[in-house]
Write a protein that binds this ligand. Structure first.
Ligand SMILES: Nc1ncnc2c1ncn2[C@@H]1O[C@H](COP(=O)(O)OP(=O)(O)OP(=O)(O)O)[C@@H](O)[C@H]1O
Ligand SMILES: CC(=O)C(=O)O
Ligand SMILES: [K+]
Ligand SMILES: [Mg+2]
Length: 603
């Protein structure tokens, strides 16, 4: 057998764990190759001494997460590709491993190191809600399907959720579902059922808060916010969708506001409205509207009942609302957690950015509305800042809106759009999102293919040319055990880059260790083995993680044996065992070392 294992241990053998005596660990311990960076600035011995006692007595379960690096010499993949559609899926019992069939194909075709790291979110609308259309997106690399509660009925969304779930079950995908709330900002009504309306230069349109029982009169738009007619003034500028269409307020007649179109364009149902006075956004009483409206709460109940994986909250203003929603979900969601995503799309959210990101399980740079609230030229720097901060605070981040806007109508993107997508990938956002391109565009699959190919190309470029500037990652652990996890992941990622290994393996119950590894953005993909289907789906949003579902125990040796035999059985590694493991890292090895050092210094 050509398999050889080299552990990541100090040169002394006395740290050997008593239960690690049989194959494959025997071999590991016979040829230790690496020495532990004990003097590493990031893992000072003194801090180990100070806090080691606390770590055993408190929340740390040294075996709850385990990290391993794997290398295959780039040759250990078997070429045979099984079609996702025809593959027989193992049942989710303890003797099986589940991985997304698209990823599996990609791993077999391209090798571990060439898998896509940037995750892709597609908004599902009329253009993509059918089973076959959803399947085409799944095949094309959709990791998360987003449903926007601004549009459609709950019944309609329920149908989408059911189809995505069926797709996952029948065809072996792991597409997660994100529900996006409407929020209570001002928006237009649904255009009386029309899919769009064209506003021409100079035309007079009526924006009204009246309820119309019959059909809407011509050139009339319903506004959802009762205070609208009172709050606007003659001379104000009215921006639809952040400036896609512009009007000037010319007259107010009771509940009706007459406006002249100054920038013509297409009005879409439920488009967002903002009004500006003397160059500033007017935020009258609407600033007092709740972040989560009564309709949103009903939608949230719906999302919990349907077991969605993520709930994205529109127009978040502070961390309070996120905390409130998380406790609401914790009290109600029985089937695993639902992650809460804060949409950064208002001035308030920028003001309270750090506390919002701290409180959330994820964030979205919602550039559509953000660009209506701050000057457009400030959106790129806001994006960069949000993406960086999210990574520093270990919160996954999605870059959303208008990435490939022209592809709603045309089959190829503009060069500028490709450059925009590249920039988001280069910033190493966790995920990119399609909105109208996939919801109601003419070329949803093509748009997704562009996101995929640009992501792959930029990621490769950056690996090959080492373009990435190192980002200072601040310590975020709030307890000693968290700090240990963090340091282990930082070191593992560093080693993985240096040794050019093919993958990092992490066994993680909650996904926390996996996300700490993802935060380091290593050069190789991270195989995250997790015990539940819901945790696996949630990991789908994070950069570089390849989530597997696998039942595992606290016995690392049996986990590894099981993982390798299951990966071999799936043809993900060669059956002759030629996958070479360069090294592995186990938290309890660190702990043993730490306690030894502790003892020694006491002697
Ligand atoms: N479920 C749906 N039913 C009908 N049309 C939809 C649906 N979802 C999206 N769309 C269409 O796709 C467009 C873009 O979708 P997206 O979800 O990005 O809308 P948005 O209203 O701009 O987003 P947000 O309200 O979150 O800022 C929408 O303006 C709408 O026309
Ligand atoms: C996605 C979203 O809500 C926005 O861009 O405004
Ligand atoms: K929304
Ligand atoms: Mg928005």
């Amino acid at each position: 057998m050509s398999q050889s294992l080299h552990p990541f241990t100090p040169s002394t053998r006395s740290v050997r764990s008593p239960n690690l005596t049989s194959s494959p660990f025997k071999q590991c311990y016979s040829s230790p190759k690496l020495s532990l960076p004990i003097n590493n600035r990031r893992f000072p011995v003194t801090s180990v001494k100070l806090s080691i006692r606390a770590s055993y007595s408190s929340d740390l379960d040294p075996t709850s997460s385990q990290v391993l690096l794997a290398s295959s010499n780039g040759k250990s993949f078997v070429g045979g590709v099984s079609s996702p559609a025809t593959q027989t899926l193992p049942s989710p019992d303890s003797g099986s491993i589940e991985v997304d069939s698209v990823t599996e194909t990609e791993l077999k075709e391209n090798g571990f190191r060439s898998t896509r790291r940037t995750k892709l979110v597609c908004t599902i609308g009329p253009a993509t809600s059918g089973f076959d259309q959803l399947e085409a997106l799944a095949v094309g690399g959709m990791n998360v399907a987003r449903i926007n509660m601004c549009h459609g009925t709950r019944e309609w969304h329920r149908g989408v959720i059911e189809r995505v779930r069926r797709l996952n079950e029948e065809k072996g995908y792991a597409v997660a579902i994100m529900m996006d709330t409407e929020g209570s900002e001002i928006h237009m009504g649904d255009l009386g059922g029309a899919s769009s309306a064209k506003a021409e230069d100079g035309e007079i349109w009526t924006f009204s808060v009246r309820a119309f029982n019959s059909a809407l009169p011509e050139r009339t738009i319903n506004v959802n916010y009762d205070g609208f007619a009172e709050d606007v003034k003659v001379g104000d500028e009215l921006l639809v969708d952040g400036g896609m269409v512009r009007f000037e307020v010319v007259e107010k007649i009771g509940p009706d506001v007459k406006c002249r179109c100054t920038d013509p364009g297409l009005l879409l149902p439920r488009a967002n409205l903002t009004f500006w006075r003397d160059g500033s956004l007017v935020r009258e009483r609407n600033a007092m509207l709740p972040t989560i409206s009564s309709k949103d709460w009903l939608d949230i109940d719906f999302g919990i009942a349907e077991g969605v994986d993520f709930i994205a909250i529109s127009f978040v203003k502070s961390a309070e609302v996120i905390k409130h929603l998380k406790s609401y979900i914790a009290a109600r969601a029985h089937d695993g957690d639902i992650a809460v995503i804060a949409k950064i799309e208002s001035m308030d959210s920028l003001k309270n950015l750090e506390e919002i990101i701290q409180a959330s399980d994820g964030a979205m740079v919602a550039r559509g509305d953000l660009g209506a609230q701050i000057p457009l030229e400030q959106v790129p720097s806001a994006q960069q800042k949000i993406v960086q901060l999210c990574r520093q605070l270990n919160t996954p981040v999605i870059v959303a809106s208008q990435l490939l806007e022209s592809m709603i109508e045309y089959p190829t993107p503009t060069r500028a759009e490709v450059a925009d997508v590249s920039e988001a990938v280069r910033q190493r956002a966790d995920a990119l999102m399609l909105s109208g391109e996939s919801a109601m565009g003419q070329y949803p699959e093509k748009a997704l293919a562009v996101l995929r190919s640009v992501s792959l190309r930029i990621e490769r470029w950056w690996r090959e040319e080492k373009r990435h500037e190192a980002m200072e990652l601040p310590d975020i652990g709030t307890s000693f055990s968290n700090t240990i996890s963090e340091e282990i992941c930082n070191s593992a990622a560093k080693m993985a880059n240096k040794l050019e290994v093919d993958a990092l393996f992490v066994y993680t119950k909650t996904g926390h260790m996996a996300s700490l590894l993802s935060r380091c953005r290593p050069d190789c993909p991270i195989f995250a083995f997790t015990a539940t289907t819901s945790a696996r789906r949630r990991l789908n949003l994070q950069w570089g993680l390849i989530p597997f579902r696998l039942s595992f125990s606290d016995d690392m040796e049996s986990n590894l044996n099981k993982t390798f035999s299951l990966l071999k059985a799936r043809n993900l590694i060669k059956s002759d065992g030629s996958l070479r493991l360069n090294c592995y890292i186990l938290p309890h090895v660190f702990h043993k070392m730490a306690s030894r050092i502790n003892k020694k210094s006491e002697e």
